[in-house]
Design a protein around this ligand. Structure first.
Ligand SMILES: [Zn+2]
Ligand SMILES: [Zn+2]
Length: 423
């Protein structure tokens, strides 16, 4: 029996027709095989314990993350339109007054590079025809379009026209605040779409809607500059087996890989993935010993890093803080920040788990600082938001301690408290 678990071999019967279990569906198998090709191309041993089940996990994450292709707005809306009598259209109070739903958190996948991006969705609409839509359904409708390979402007337009068509209000406005991961943080873009009474963005209705959103519309980034990986020139040719693997993933998700926006997606995705290629050497620094003297706690805080979760092939990113003791004599002085940064970068750009990365940084730096070191990594995991858990704004902290820090609670506490102060 291969990677698919035995217990999943029973075939479910739904509505009188046979449905293959998720694991055995051809789309899952296609992604599963493609991810194996990509992992091999990254120099990984696909039987290594940590990544043995990665192909399946990736298939699950990607298929759940693009489930919108199989959903219809109609199915969510039809049963949730409630009659509500009120004043005539366009007047405040009752049906016809503006309704604003704010801060709906979603994520979507960037069609240009296949990385997940965050979406904060705000909807304004003016009900008509004596009916209102159940409030929870706005998020459902946004999700139908967010769970596809997307680009912010199209996403806004699709949500807007989906609501306009199936709710038939006198107008709908959609504002999306999107953030796409980049090496030094995020690219932020705000996009809008309006229909019916909201078609003209200088109208009073828009003005009313925006004042209820309580933030200023800022369009800093043009949509062409949205995905940072589009601008990067791809000089190196990607491996053709890996390209075909990504093409087969796009097909399995229900997309047309020849759609013009998707043509370069496989090479962009691979260029990004190859930054996490397994290099077969350990980072070793020369050890030097020195006598213990009066030493003080020294810190290097907020060193940014990027890494790739080896369980889901999705990025996690954040900062690393390190603490150690140093003195004033020449063998006991502070380490250069650039050295710490390059070590953090080295262990970040791999298929990783955060706990391991933290330990590796501590172990590599420890000889440089006479063995006493504490390393804290704080990270946001895109797999936490894009695997169906959809936990927004949560972060994970991991700690590794060596030497004096493992026994000295006060040294540990002193360092951990200094992290909070740097926020
Ligand atoms: Zn992108
Ligand atoms: Zn993960």
């Amino acid at each position: 029996m291969n990677t698919f678990d035995k217990e999943h071999f029973n075939v479910e019967v739904k509505n009188g027709c046979f449905d293959l279990p998720f694991e055995l569906q051809p789309e899952t198998i296609a992604i599963h095989e493609a991810v194996k090709v990509i992992l091999k191309g990254l120099g990984e041993d696909i039987n290594r314990e940590g990544i043995k089940k990665t192909p399946f996990r990736v298939a699950k994450a990607l298929r759940q993350g693009t489930r919108g292709y199989k959903q219809k707005v109609k199915d969510f809306v039809q049963s949730a339109l409630f009659p509500e009598t009120g004043l005539d259209d366009g007047e405040a109070g009752g049906v016809g007054g503006l309704v604003v739903i704010r801060d709906l958190d979603h994520y979507s996948y960037c069609e240009s590079c296949l990385l997940p991006f965050k979406v904060k969705c705000h909807v304004g609409y003016v009900p008509s025809g004596g009916r209102v839509l159940g409030l929870s359904k706005f998020s459902r409708v946004a999700d139908v379009f967010a769970k596809r390979l997307q680009e912010p402007q199209r996403l806004a337009e699709e949500i807007c026209s989906g609501l306009q068509r199936w709710v038939e209000p006198s107008g709908v406005a959609v504002v999306l605040q999107c953030s796409h991961p980049h090496y030094d943080g995020f690219v932020e873009a705000t996009v809008t779409s309006g229909s019916g009474g909201f078609e003209d963005e200088s109208s009073e209705l828009w003005c009313e809607f925006l004042s209820l959103l309580k933030f200023k519309l800022r369009r800093v980034v043009s949509v062409e500059d949205w995905c940072p990986f589009v601008i990067e020139n791809s000089s190196k040719e990607a491996d053709s087996d890996m390209v075909s693997a990504v093409v087969s993933i796009l097909k399995a998700l229900g997309e047309d890989p020849s759609r013009k926006e998707l043509v370069s997606t496989p090479t962009r995705f691979l260029k990004w993935m190859m930054k996490f290629k397994n290099v077969n050497f350990e980072m070793k620094l020369n050890r030097f010993d020195y006598k213990l003297k009066e030493r003080r706690l020294s810190c290097e805080m907020n060193i940014q890093f990027w890494s790739m979760c080896e369980h889901h092939l999705l990025p996690f990113y954040g900062v690393v803080h390190i603490g150690y003791f140093c003195g004033d004599d020449e063998h006991n002085k502070a380490v250069e920040r650039s050295l710490v940064e390059s070590i953090v970068k080295f262990y970040g750009f791999k298929l990783q788990v955060q706990e391991r990365m933290t330990r590796q940084i501590a172990e590599t730096l420890s000889p440089q600082v006479n063995g006493d070191i504490i390393v804290v990594a704080e990270a946001e995991h895109t797999c936490m938001i894009s695997r169906g858990i959809e936990k927004f704004g949560s972060s994970t902290a991991t700690v590794a301690v060596l030497g004096r820090f493992s026994s000295d609670l006060s040294a540990r506490t002193k360092f951990l408290e200094s992290i909070q102060k740097t926020d």
